[in-house]
Write a new protein. Structure first.
Length: 433
């Protein structure tokens, strides 16, 4: 049972989102002490359900969605906690295959706000509950209130000190490991893998994604021995009851993610039913990941939030089959902490034109910087034309003109770009964390 509803007068979905966004001022602060205090204040909602914890560099959200769908199609009341979102924070908390309502989000955040105020009073001066901690506390409270039997939880950043890591998940999933967030997680693949694998609980099952870097594989074996955990290695293609299934989610990388999700669900359930697997595969959409917008008489428009070198490489591998020789015009925005050169090197050879743009995140590289970098990558094989348009929506409009009705427009490079293109014009700013 969670803490009682403690919403102030006038508290609604808009007020709840304003409060949550106001916490961005305090940035990220690692450590689990604040989160544990929040859980105590909320009467330990994270103990009310079994959990599957998903960590990794790429594919976490897709794998988590697919795993939750597999559980639901097997008759389990499943929930999921995901990040980031495109339009609403409500997208991050899912129960029974649906985003929670804005009203339920407001109620959960009201409880989290009350708990956060109580916890803040116990902290040293200058310390306070962060946005992600408050949202995670609200998510755990909502999943508990909704009577979820199993929650599939996507880690935010890393694992060891991530706010999600107050659960003792019976299944941990490591999708893959690449160089990311090295400032916080360490300079090598082994360092980063070690931080992510710190979510592994004693006696748990550790599901490893295919094509895992050898250094990450070695760290996984060490972690499993230390925690007396069982390792399950997922195949690169769905097998067993999942062999040959048709996925609603597009892209070869999604077939790998589905194979990992099947391994995670099987570790939780003990066995998989072929009919349930087919139903999950056919019904699980992943917004912002190789998402093809409805045709409107112009070119196909694809949204993909690939935000690092390995993500763009996986996207590039899946594009030729979809393009079928049609010209591709990419709309690209990248954050300043990403390897933009490697991302462009993977994408540019497939493009007839590129429109470099920005997004609302203050860490976005300027379009001119991206255009200059692309010009320096001529040796990579790209001989197309680059254009600069800072406004994302105008950039897509320009890309549509360049592609023509028979072409394809791809917006990629940052999930924040996809959010900017998806969010209604009248909506307020989105989260930048």
């Amino acid at each position: 049972m969670t803490a009682p509803d403690a919403r102030p007068a006038g508290w609604d979905a808009a007020a709840a989102e304003r409060w949550l966004l106001s916490l961005e001022l305090f940035g990220m602060r690692f450590g689990l002490d604040r989160m544990r205090r929040l859980m105590t204040t909320l009467d330990a909602p994270h103990r009310a359900f079994r959990a599957i914890h998903v960590v990794g560099t790429n594919g976490k959200s897709s794998t988590a969605r697919m795993t939750a769908a597999l559980l639901a199609c097997h008759g389990v009341r499943a929930g999921a906690y995901l990040s980031p979102h495109l339009v609403s924070f409500a997208e991050r908390i899912r129960v029974g295959g649906e985003d929670i309502s804005e009203q339920r989000l407001a109620t959960a955040l009201g409880r989290a706000r009350h708990a956060s105020a109580l916890v803040d009073r116990t902290l040293e001066e200058g310390d306070r509950v962060t946005q992600f901690e408050a949202l995670t506390a609200a998510a755990y409270a909502e999943l508990a209130d909704a009577g979820v039997e199993v929650a599939v939880v996507e880690a935010g950043l890393g694992g060891r000190w991530d706010a999600t890591n107050v659960i003792d998940a019976e299944v941990a999933v490591l999708t893959n490991v690449g160089l990311e967030h090295t400032r916080w997680l360490g300079p090598t693949v082994a360092d980063i893998a070690r931080e992510k694998l710190a979510v592994l609980a004693p006696g748990a099952t550790l599901v490893l994604g295919p094509r895992l870097h050898p250094d990450a594989e070695a760290e996984a074996e060490l972690a499993a021995r230390r925690q007396r955990a069982t390792i399950v290695r997922a195949p690169a293609e769905p097998q067993g009851p999942a062999e040959g299934v048709a996925l609603l989610a597009r892209g070869a990388f999604q077939r790998r993610n589905f194979a990992v999700a099947c391994a995670a669900a099987e570790a939780c359930l003990g066995r998989l039913d072929a009919g349930a697997v087919r139903a999950a595969a056919a019904s699980t959409a992943v917004p912002g990941r190789f998402e093809v917008l409805p045709r409107d008489g112009g070119p196909d428009v694809v949204l993909d939030g690939a935000h690092n070198a390995s993500g763009v490489a996986a996207l590039a591998d899946s594009l030729p089959e979809f393009l079928a020789a049609r010209p591709l015009v990419a709309v690209v925005s990248v954050l300043d902490d990403k390897d933009a050169a490697a991302m462009l090197a993977a994408l540019l050879p497939l493009c007839a034109h590129v429109v470099f743009t920005a997004n609302a995140n203050p860490r976005a590289l300027s379009p001119a910087t991206l255009a200059s970098l692309a010009g320096q990558l001529g040796a990579g094989g790209w001989d197309g034309v680059g254009r600069v348009e800072a406004d994302p929506r105008r950039a897509v409009a320009l890309a549509r003109e360049l592609a023509g009705p028979g072409g394809v427009v791809l917006a990629t490079g940052s999930i924040y770009l996809i959010a900017d293109l998806t969010r209604p014009l009248a909506a307020g700013r989105g989260s930048t964390l």
